[in-house]
Design a protein around this ligand. Structure first.
Ligand code: UDP
Length: 249
């Protein structure tokens, strides 16, 4: 007979997911950097999902600290600026690891750019093993290549880890045809195809990330990080969110 935890697991839609958040999600009301209570709150949400038996990977952006495009706009060589952006993501990953471990969640930071004294290098099979053991894996330093974003890194790692979905936490509760903050008549999508996101040029994720998700048939669930039921609710399919992917006719 199935015990209680097994029945909860079988009721879950997902066995393994990737959570993508921007660096800005960690800065709270500040204009820059890290806001520790906000980092702790997100860590608690991740713990709640992990405690349900869902395996979790994370990719965190670096925009709260440095963006390559900003640096190059100020005259810095673009690839150097992008490497600085990638290093910013490592700082955010370490902050999240610290918060998760304080909450009792075993966590590994895994960097696309080797920095052995700081975190693990990316080795796919090793990362899979961490997930199987219930550890949260935070993939840092993006793809390790300039001219990409952490959205593409999220899609790449989710595909490599065979995640069933990417959960993209944002400041809005899903995808609209225009900005709901400025247009009260903006139309909300329960589900939208990859192609429509691309042709309408909706700012869900950058185009290379959407194209990679489409090739791998990887759904992207767009939800608000302030959702009343939190990440746990959205992972269970409750509350408001948009699915980017194959929609029922
Ligand atoms: N970046 C990069 N390659 C990658 C991922 C990130 O060069 O594969 C750099 C890029 O400069 C980017 C910065 O890291 O601006 C921070 O990432 P991103 O802008 O995606 O962060 P977010 O907007 O999600 O906070």
């Amino acid at each position: 007979m199935a015990d209680a935890s097994t029945s909860v697991e079988s009721a879950l839609r997902y066995k393994r997911v990737l959570l993508k958040i921007s660096g800005e999600a960690l800065m709270g009301d500040q204009g820059y950097g890290l806001h520790p209570p906000t980092v702790d709150r997100i860590a608690d949400e991740v713990k709640s999902v992990r405690d349900l038996g869902v395996e979790i990977c994370m990719v965190i952006g670096g925009g709260n600290i440095f963006r390559g495009l900003q640096g190059s706009a100020q005259g810095m060589e673009r690839t150097t600026a992008d490497y600085m952006g990638m290093l910013a993501t490592v700082m955010n990953a370490l902050a999240m690891q610290s918060a998760l471990e304080a909450a009792g969640v075993y966590t590994r930071v895994i960097s696309a750019i080797p920095m052995d004294q700081v975190c693990e290098p990316y080795i796919r099979r090793r990362a899979v093993r961490h997930l199987e053991k219930g550890r949260v894996c935070i993939f840092a330093a993006g793809t390790g290549n300039p001219f990409f974003t952490t959205d593409t890194a999220a899609t790449l790692r989710a595909s490599e880890m065979r995640c069933q979905a990417i959960f993209k936490g944002t400041q809005v509760d899903g995808v609209y045809d225009s900005d709901p903050k400025t247009n009260p008549d903006a139309k909300f999508f329960d589900c939208i195809s990859y192609d429509e996101v691309l042709t309408r040029n909706l700012k869900v994720m950058d185009a290379s990330a959407i194209a990679l998700a489409r090739e791998n048939n990887l759904p992207i669930i767009v939800f608000s990080l302030d959702a009343p039921d939190g990440l746990v609710g959205v992972v269970k399919g409750a509350g408001k969110y948009t699915t980017v992917g194959a929609c029922a006719a």
